[in-house]
Structures are given as structure tokens and as C-alpha cells.
Ligand binder design. Sequence first.
Ligand code: DX5
Ligand code: ZN
Length: 231
Amino acid sequence: MSQASSTRIAPSILSADFARLGEEVRNVIAAGADWVHCDVMDNHFVPNLTFGPMVCAALRPHTTAPIDVHLMVEPVDALIPEFAKAGANYISFHPEASRHVDRTLSLIRDHGCKAGLVFNPATPLDWMDHVMDKLDLVLLMSVNPGFGGQAFIPSALDKLRQARARIDAWTAQGGQPILLQIDGGVKVDNIGAIRAAGADTFVAGSAIFGQPDYAQVISDMRAQIAQAEQA
Ligand code: DX5
Ligand code: ZN
């Protein structure tokens, strides 16, 4: 199994208490999470509406952990400088939402952030092929985007294996590292299989924020990941 050696857990604040977001971010990082995943929805690209760069800026002082912004908005480009200014570390977008994917990826890096491309369940991985050098992260959706609490789509495991192979081939020929992130329906009971399929970065919303003890869930997830790595 040729995979990135370290893994990251990125709780999605979509399932956090929006009335206490700063505290939720502090608590989940104190509980052992690595990143803060922010789901930005516009009620146009996806059928739900969340928050914009002002909320990201308001959360920034609450943690030094990387802020991972998942844009589910169309169009994309105008929001990139805003999220960069708001303190985002990673910015990802869906290729269907940008007229010029290569340009949008460059724009993210030009603003000092790491760039990610997001693949919906039915979006082919071919979108990666001509922009590998501009990617810091590939995010595979294992639900259709828009809502937390949906069930993991099993075919995402095979897609993960395919994405892992493309990324490994790229780095083997001297390309830069690219993280492989999964988002949607990630739980303690499936995270081992997801790791085994090649993911190294795990978004989980309801599985973490839906439980009273965030540290317990995160440590259970890490134990499952470690077990999958030993198998
Ligand atoms: C869905 C979002 C996810 C979502 C994950 O559109 O991108 O980040 O919050 O939530 P769970 O883990 O509950 O499926
Ligand atoms: Zn997300």
C-alpha cells in the first residue's frame, strides 16, 4: 500500500452548534482534530446556504490549526481572495463551478493558499489530468454535496483507489505531494476501509459533532486508521 504516511482528521463545522462556533472549533481541536473543515454553500451550486468569508475570519483567532475551506459555490473566483484574507489555509472548489479550472487553481496559490479540486460522486477523475502540478489536495465526495448526515456512497472506495494510484504515479515521477481527502458519511465504522482505499485526510461532520465526547470519537477514528494501516 503506497500512501501518504501521515493522516489528518478534519471535522466539518457544518454539524457544529452555529451559535457557539468559536468554542466548537476550540473544543474540537483540543479534542485532537488536525484541521477545521468549513463547508461554504451558496444555495445555487448546492441546495443549502451556510456562511462566507466573514465567519471564516471570525473563527481564525480561535485556532492555529489549518482552516480547510470547501467551496460549494458558483462562480468561484471572486471568493478566493476573500477567503485567503480571512485566513484560509486550504481552498477547494468543484470543477463544474469554475469556467477555467486551471486559472482558479493558480488564483488560490497566488493568494498564498493550498489548492484543492473536489470531485462529486459522478464527476470523473479525468479533471485532474492536466492540472496535477497545480494541486495540493484532491477531495473526493462520498455523498452528494449540500448536507451533513448523509450515508457514505460505497463506490467512493473504488474511486479512492483510482485517485490514490494517479497521485502515487505523479509523486513517483517527481511531482509534488498531493493530499487525498474524503468527505461525506465518514464514521468510526467505515474509516478503516476508507484509509485502506487510500485516503489520508478525513472530513467528518455529524460523526464527531453529533457525539458528546469529541475526543473519544477522534481517538476511535485514529485507532481504526492505525488498524487499517497494519493490515
Ligand atoms: C457536504 C459537506 C460535508 C459534510 C460532511 O456537502 O461537504 O463536509 O459536512 O458531513 P457528514 O460527515 O455528516 O457526512
Ligand atoms: Zn465538505
